[in-house]
Design a protein. Structure first.
Length: 168
């Protein structure tokens, strides 16, 4: 890739999405931040040799979360203030097995296709489809009164770091 300035620009652009994914995978802002920092360090070490640093950051993030300590459940984080709806979703995600949770987050939150998700989870695309189907079925059962899908795409976020700040 390029020089240090390019890496700083990459971090500015990629960090919000990585933090969002990590938060959904871990349920904890501090753990998510640590996982993203570890992934970005991995990218920085190989910055000049990478063709797609975003893909490498995501790969490193997912591997770190899936194979790191304490990944069988979402981290219980009482100090994190989230809305009741967000808490319900995090609790429901926490009920999913870690690989199912990762498949659901990567496919439905990050918008990756089955093939790319399968690469990150080191499995077959058909397995990803099965994991997502099982995950959605479980989430539907756990969130019977949960919010339905939005009728139209939400507006772009003006401040991507807003979800990581405490409400005033």
């Amino acid at each position: 890739m390029g020089g240090p300035g390019d890496f700083a620009a990459f971090v500015t652009a990629a960090e919000p999405g990585l933090l969002s994914t990590a938060f959904l995978l871990t349920g904890s802002r501090p753990v998510a931040t640590g996982a993203v920092e570890t992934a970005l360090v991995s990218v920085h070490r190989r910055w000049r040799r990478l063709d797609d640093p975003t893909a490498e950051a995501r790969r490193s993030l997912v591997a770190g979360v899936l194979h790191g300590p304490g990944t069988t459940q979402l981290v219980e984080s009482a100090q994190v203030e989230v809305s009741a709806v967000d808490r319900a979703w995090l609790t429901a995600l926490g009920a999913l097995p870690v690989r199912t949770r990762a498949a659901v987050v990567l496919r439905l939150h990050d918008g990756l296709d089955d093939a790319r998700t399968a690469e990150l989870l080191d499995c077959d695309p058909a397995t990803v489809a099965g994991l997502v189907e099982a995950g959605v079925r479980t989430l539907a059962a756990l969130l019977p009164d949960g919010p339905s899908a939005p009728a139209e795409a939400p507006a772009p976020v003006e401040d991507p770091y807003a979800i990581y700040r405490r409400p005033r």
